[in-house]
Design a protein around this ligand. Structure first.
Ligand SMILES: Nc1ncnc2c1ncn2[C@@H]1O[C@H](COP(=O)(O)OP(=O)(O)OP(=O)(O)O)[C@@H](O)[C@H]1O
Length: 336
């Protein structure tokens, strides 16, 4: 089957007066129809540039991007505008029009597409239902929470029945609970309407929550592509291992303010899970508090851990602990 997005030998170079940046180098990637695909990498790795090449907001320097079999470079401006309606995008900072209320924001892409007013109104009603914002229809962006603003942006993205939604750090400005509710909405949309979703993020927890496949990008190149399960548990490339496990060897990374509570509820066996975390993943954590018991070989109680400052390493620690059947919750207000 033809992939929904096919990228071949894509290069993107930014030539400035004094400097040339090779932002993407020979990217080859297939994203299948109906997939939720994560692209993860450190800051400056090329994530935003790559996702912007998928709808030609950024034109590749060389190589091809095919959407549902159509080579974007071969399209006329008119055809490209039409194809862009099939490839909607949502952003970290929502990009809503401040002078328009919720209905007006959702209407925007349909007005541009030249739809009739009555059809637009009916479609807005449907969309408000999908994103659960019926009671906010007449409010302005300034009156909404971050999560509600992102729901408006999702409704706007859905308005013209896209085949693909590209999400550029769409949950990075949201707190953990709101992030989960937006990810759940995206997953529901993917399931109900079969829309292919591409998510770029620097957070492993986002990919882990909803993606089926992931690509790791580093310094403009794809280091590894595969199922989330495979790549996160058995990374093969050196780059993927470095990103997933730790940036530098030896577990010397600085600890940060992020703390988690690990609950031992009898589902995991009593094993030295924290030393295993440190030995296997080479991630340093600090035990702030522990009250655990071994009852018939099963672990009960809880622990509070301080995670590394590096977000990816912290995510990796959480991923590891959850894979050991432990309940892990982030503590927002823990004072160190
Ligand atoms: N318009 C531009 N002009 C020049 N250089 C650019 C431009 N856009 C991006 N770059 C460079 O391309 C590289 C990749 O940037 P990009 O924004 O794609 O990375 P990213 O992985 O999305 O990073 P972040 O997570 O910090 O947003 C960086 O070195 C960046 O400075």
């Amino acid at each position: 089957m033809e992939p929904m997005i096919k990228i071949e030998h894509l290069d993107k170079t930014f030539r400035g007066k004094t400097q040339t940046v090779y932002a993407l180098k020979d990217i080859n990637l297939d994203i299948q129809k109906g997939d939720i695909f994560g692209i993860i990498g450190m800051s400056g790795a090329g994530k935003s540039t790559l996702i912007r090449c998928m709808n030609f907001l950024e034109r590749p320097t060389s190589g091809t991007v095919k959407i549902d079999g159509k080579d974007l470079a071969a399209l006329s401006d008119r055809e490209l505008r039409k194809t862009r309606q099939e490839v909607a995008m949502i952003f970290q900072h929502f990009n809503l029009l401040q002078q328009r209320n919720v209905r007006g924001n959702i209407a925007f892409s349909m007005e541009i597409a030249g739809m009739k007013k009555a059809d637009i109104d009916a479609r807005i009603d449907e969309l408000l239902e999908i994103v659960d914002l019926k009671d906010r229809a007449l409010m302005y962006p300034a009156q909404l929470s971050g999560g509600q603003k992102q729901r408006v942006a999702i409704a706007r993205a859905l308005a013209t029945n896209p085949k693909i939604i590209l999400c550029d750090e769409a949950t990075s400005a949201l707190d953990p609970a709101t992030t989960q509710s937006i990810l759940k909405l995206l997953k529901d949309i993917n399931r109900k309407y079969g829309i292919t979703i591409v998510i770029i993020t620097h957070e492993m927890s986002v990919v882990e929550s909803i993606c089926s496949h992931v690509a790791i990008i580093d310094d403009g190149q794809l280091a590894e592509v595969g199922t989330v399960e495979k790549v996160f548990t058995q990374p093969e490339s050196r780059t993927a291992k470095r990103i997933i496990y730790q940036k530098s060897a030896g577990g010397q990374a600085a600890l940060g303010k992020r703390c988690i509570r690990v609950v031992f509820d009898g589902k995991s066996s009593y094993e030295p899970v924290i030393s295993n975390l440190i030995m296997e993943c080479k991630i340093a954590v600090n035990i702030m508090f522990a009250d655990t018991k071994d009852i018939d070989g099963k672990a009960y109680g809880h622990m509070i851990l301080q995670l590394p400052e590096d977000r990816l390493q912290g995510d990796r620690a959480i991923y590891y602990l959850r894979s050991k059947n432990l309940v892990v919750e982030e503590l927002e207000e823990y004072v160190i």
